[in-house]
Structures are given as structure tokens and as C-alpha cells.
Design a protein around this ligand. Structure first.
Ligand code: SF4
Ligand code: FES
Length: 261
């Protein structure tokens, strides 16, 4: 188009709820600025659907700054779209070309039932967190916490794991719908720090047990999770979690601590 804006065709998954069958429906997205985010483009489409009296497309979003992990869209076969290391809300329409057809689907995993259209219920992640993804020992106030010496390399690793936003793209990307990357990031974030030690082995067992209960699949080391994670969480988190898990199962808590220190 002369003004640089784009006309696109969207193939969008529409589904009333988890009980009904869904199907792809085609929509036109017209006069879309390349500077819009993917979610802003969907806002434009929804506005025109609403004006026509049609039901707008249901999709999840909140912060639109890559922080909350809500914008869970499968775009052209990739969770969060074709660009590495970004969320859907950070994806700009300049990534696409005028005249292109874009396919948009929800996360597909048994443990993430469809709420409506593109929105899925990811509360399974909350329940895994509630099973042990916290520190309940009294670590004192902020100055006390900051006074604990932690080697820079460990602090950096813990921080990198803590950047997981719980979006679920790892599950969506995995052929087994495994949640191991998410769970291992949450476990590693706390397990590396001194404040996380007292509950470290109980934590890994409870969180893994909850993960299994929620119906997520097993990890077969395919690596799709790492490749598609918008925060580039590393597979080494899974290795660390497995190590803690087997240690916790094979040894008494005191022996595990002795081995690892
Ligand atoms: S590990 Fe990555 S893909 Fe999985 S929930 Fe965390 S941020 Fe999302
Ligand atoms: S809307 Fe919050 S990360 Fe995308």
C-alpha cells in the first residue's frame, strides 16, 4: 500500500469453550501499520468485528510489555510468533508482509483447557507454584537479605531463571506438552540461593508431583521449549531440577545437603 500500511488475511481459531469443537475462521486485517504490535492489530480487527455486530476474538493480554506472560498466541506455527526471545505483545507487524496470511491458534495442551477462542486456562501453572515455588523461611528484611554474600555467577544464574514469566510457550512448543522448562526455572531460581535451601528438596518433590498431577507430558530432551521460550530459559535448568529430584528421592535430606555443599 502507498502509505506503507498492510492488508492481511488472518486465519483465527474460534472456539466457544472447552466442550465445543473449534474451527479456523478467516478475517481481513486492513490498513495495518507496520509499527503496530500484534495485539494492537488484533484490537483493530476486533473493533471492526464489534462495529459489524460480530463477536470479537477472545485473546489474553495484560501488561503488553513482555512481563506478565499472558499473551499466549501460536502464530504461524510458533508460540509468540516467528521472532526469537520476544513475547506476542513485543512482536511488531513489520515482521510480516503486505498480503500475507497469518495463522493464529491457542496454546494446545491437555493441561491448558480452552476458555474461549485463543484464551486458555493456565491455572495449572499457579497450582504448581503453590505446591512449593516459594520461600517460607524468615529471611529478615531487605537489608538482611542483601547482606548475604552470593557469588556473582550464582546470582546471575538465579536471576536468569527468575526471568521466566510463566507464559506456557514451552508447554505449547513441546510435542509432549511438558512443563519441565517452566517448573525447572522456578525451582532453580530458588534452589540456587541460600534463602531457598531449607525447602529445596521438599520443593522439587512437591512441584514435580503437582506437575504430573496436572497432566503435563514428560520431557524427551527435544529442546523445542528452549528454542521458543521468549525469555530464553535454558535446558540446563531441567538438568539441575532432575539432579535435585533424584537426590531427594534417593537420599535422606541431610545427606543430600552434604553432597551438594
Ligand atoms: S520457561 Fe519460558 S516459555 Fe516456559 S513459561 Fe517460562 S518464560 Fe514461558
Ligand atoms: S501482555 Fe504481558 S507479556 Fe505480553
Amino acid at each position: 500500500m502507498s502509505n506503507g500500511n498492510m492488508n492481511l488475511t488472518l486465519k483465527v481459531w474460534r472456539q466457544k469453550n472447552a466442550q465445543t469443537a473449534g474451527k479456523f475462521v478467516s478475517y481481513k486485517a486492513e490498513n495495518i501499520s507496520p509499527d503496530m504490535s500484534f495485539l494492537e492489530m488484533l484490537d483493530v480487527v476486533n473493533e471492526s468485528l464489534t462495529h459489524k455486530g460480530d463477536e470479537p476474538i477472545n485473546f489474553d493480554h495484560d501488561c503488553r510489555e513482555g512481563i506478565c506472560g499472558m499473551c499466549s498466541l501460536y502464530i504461524n506455527g510458533h508460540p509468540h510468533g516467528p521472532k526469537r526471545g520476544i513475547t506476542t505483545c513485543q512482536l511488531h507487524m513489520r515482521t510480516f508482509h503486505d498480503g500475507e496470511t497469518i495463522t493464529i491458534e491457542p496454546w494446545r495442551a491437555e493441561a491448558f483447557p480452552i476458555v474461549k477462542d485463543l484464551a486458555v486456562d493456565r491455572s495449572a501453572f499457579d497450582r504448581i507454584q503453590q505446591a512449593g515455588g516459594y520461600v517460607s523461611v524468615n529471611t529478615g528484611g531487605v537489608p538482611d537479605g542483601n547482606a548475604i554474600p552470593i557469588p556473582k555467577v550464582i546470582a546471575d544464574e538465579a536471576f536468569n531463571s527468575a526471568t521466566c514469566i510463566g507464559c506456557g510457550a514451552c508447554v505449547a512448543a513441546c510435542k509432549n506438552a511438558s512443563a519441565m522448562l517452566f517448573v525447572s526455572a522456578k525451582i532453580t531460581q530458588l534452589g540456587l540461593l541460600p534463602q531457598g535451601q531449607p525447602e529445596r528438596y521438599r520443593r522439587v518433590q512437591s512441584m514435580v508431583a503437582q506437575m504430573d498431577e496436572e497432566g503435563f507430558g514428560s520431557c524427551t530432551n527435544t529442546g523445542a521449549c528452549e528454542a521458543e521460550c521468549p525469555k530464553e530459559i535454558k535446558l540446563t535448568n531441567i538438568a539441575r531440577m532432575n539432579n535435585d529430584y533424584f537426590s531427594a528421592k534417593l537420599f535422606r535430606e541431610e545427606e543430600v545437603h552434604e553432597q551438594n555443599h
